[in-house]
Design a binder for this molecule. Structure first.
Ligand code: NAD
Length: 501
């Protein structure tokens, strides 16, 4: 990456197209801000439609090139495994960049960077285990078998909250399957993507196989999604943007994977280990400052333990250490973007206006250790009813709504009563309740006596408005393949040309 320093004195990044580090064709740039300092820290190319064209053409050319298409699946897999090793070597540096760029805790980003190589190892290993089938076809003298083929150019569009992890969930299976990539990271967290991009080059991915285009979704999103040479769109972000992406892709009959938002319920039964459940609920909503799609933003608490639970939760929430996300000791960091900061504070006001009772936090954090950063106090509302906006809409911040329930049926009814279905948590000592709820909850993931566990081995995705398709696990590679049915006639005679065989 040339021009490491811009006239402003900040690092000046370039984006990756066809193996070259380039500026936007129009020369435009934008600033990336550090949410803890509340100021710009890097300059990024602001891509336009010409850059989209360049990147998609490069990816399309690479898809057809002998350097990529000619690789055996084993050789492709090896590249992914080599990449995993390089990421592991660079994990600490990349984690620090993510924290500067998106304000998430260094402890969280470090953990994610430690996990990311697992996805590349796993899908690298899977690359040469994708097999077709031989069908015992019902026609004499005919062989029928299937081939699993890559789709072509995959556009990956990612959000700011876990930039490299969420991109990895797309890139690892898509590349293992033999596709090529145009990746557009969030305009709020592009720096780590550009640093990550260097590693693909270093381990020997051919030019054009992975391209990174930086810029604003509102300016280049539509061009990427609708480009005729793009075969598939893999999107993670908000449901409103996801809907727009889906509609645009539908006009061009393109497959999509959508990983969208949630309003996940953490359901605490009276027989739960209470202290454990309190810690679980806190980890679900405050640990990532609530900026995670799987935030357990609703705690449904059985009425008989409601008051005791709230007391313990508030006591623990009050101890949360806020401040510099680069410090290992910080527990709650800033909100990543200025608009999101305003949105979270708006929701706090909405909840108050709706009649919910604020029992913790409830506004901007003014603590000295928060400096000029965009901090919101860990906030808890009680007296929330299921129809309130605070119980229905995704806040994406450290704001928890507590809703009481009487019995299992009511808990399930409240939990399922949102348009989302990403995840749910159940806290109980009863194996019967655990099984029953795992079946009845409309969510792509159900955790029992734990929360926020994910793995490269296990499928992840949403029910209802939380998304389409699955990431991670064996089946995820199918999202990036298409099945071809091949028929071979071994008799060698076309019997009656006017009758279908
Ligand atoms: P967002 O929807 O605003 O943006 C996501 C990405 O879409 C960004 O790269 C953005 O530039 C791009 N984009 C914006 N407009 C576009 C358009 N018209 N066409 C194509 N792309 C466009 O989301 P965000 O604020 O960055 O992220 C937060 C959201 O992401 C939350 O709703 C959260 O729940 C969701 N999320 C979901 C998952 C999951 O796996 N289900 C994981 C993390 C985050």
């Amino acid at each position: 990456m040339a021009s490491p320093v811009a006239a402003s004195g900040r690092p000046q990044y370039r984006m990756l197209i066809d193996g070259a580090w380039v500026e936007a064709a129009g020369g435009a740039t934008f600033e990336s801000e550090n949410p803890y300092l509340g100021s710009a820290w890097a300059e990024i190319p602001r891509a336009g439609s010409e850059d989209v064209e360049r990147a998609v053409s490069a990816a399309h050319k690479a898809f057809k090139s002998p350097a990529w298409a000619g690789l055996t699946p084993s050789a492709r897999g090896l590249l992914l495994c080599r990449l995993a090793e390089r990421i592991a070597e660079e994990a600490e540096r990349l984690a620090e960049i993510e924290t500067r760029d998106n304000g998430k805790l260094i402890t969280e980003m470090r953990a994610q960077l430690r996990y990311i190589p697992q996805w590349f190892h796993y899908f690298g290993g899977l690359a040469d285990k994708v097999e077709g089938r031989v069908i015992p076809i019902d026609k004499p003298g005919m062989i029928n078998f299937t081939r699993e083929e890559p789709l072509g150019v995959v556009v990956a569009i990612t959000p700011w909250n876990s930039p490299l992890m969420l991109a990895t969930w797309k890139l690892a299976p898509a590349l293992a399957a033999g596709n090529t990539i145009v990746w557009k990271p969030s305009e709020y967290s592009s720096v780590s993507a550009l640093e990550f991009g260097k590693l693909f080059e270093e381990v020997g991915f051919p030019p054009g196989v992975v391209n990174i285009v930086t810029g604003f979704g509102s300016e280049i999103g539509e061009a990427l999604v609708t480009h005729p040479r793009v075969a598939k769109v893999a999107f993670t972000g908000g449901d409103v943007t996801g809907q727009r992406v889906y509609e645009s892709a539908a006009r061009h009959i393109k497959p999509v994977t959508l990983e969208l938002g949630g309003k996940s319920a953490n359901i605490v039964f009276s027989d739960a280990e209470l202290d454990n459940a309190v810690r679980g609920v806190v980890s679900g909503i405050f640990a990532a400052t609530g900026q995670t799609c799987i935030a357990g933003s609703r705690a449904l608490v059985q009425r008989s333990i409601h008051d005791e639970f709230v007391e313990k939760l508030v006591a623990l929430g009050r101890t949360a250490r806020m401040g510099d996300p680069l410090l290992d000791t910080t527990q709650v960091g800033p909100i990543t973007t200025r608009p999101q900061f305003a949105k979270v504070l708006d929701y706090v006001e909405v909840a108050k206006t709706e009649g919910a009772t604020c029992v913790l936090g409830g506004g901007k954090a003014e603590r000295p250790e928060c400096g000029n950063g965009w901090f919101v106090e860990p906030t808890v509302f009680t007296n929330v009813t299921p129809s309130m906006r605070i119980a229905q809409e995704e806040v994406f911040g450290p704001v928890l709504s507590i809703i009481p329930f009487d019995d299992e049926d009511e808990a399930v009814a409240i939990a399922n009563n949102t348009q989302y279905g990403l995840a749910a948590g159940v806290w109980t000592q009863s194996i019967r309740t655990a099984f029953e709820l795992s079946e009845k909850l409309e969510a792509g993931t159900v955790w029992v006596n734990t929360y926020r566990a994910t793995s490269y081995l296990s499928p992840f995705g949403g029910y209802k408005r939380s998304g389409i398709g699955r990431e991670s696990g064996l089946t995820a590679i199918r999202e990036y393949l298409q099945e071809k049915s091949v028929w071979i006639d071994t008799i060698g005679q076309v019997a009656n040309p006017f009758v279908q065989r």
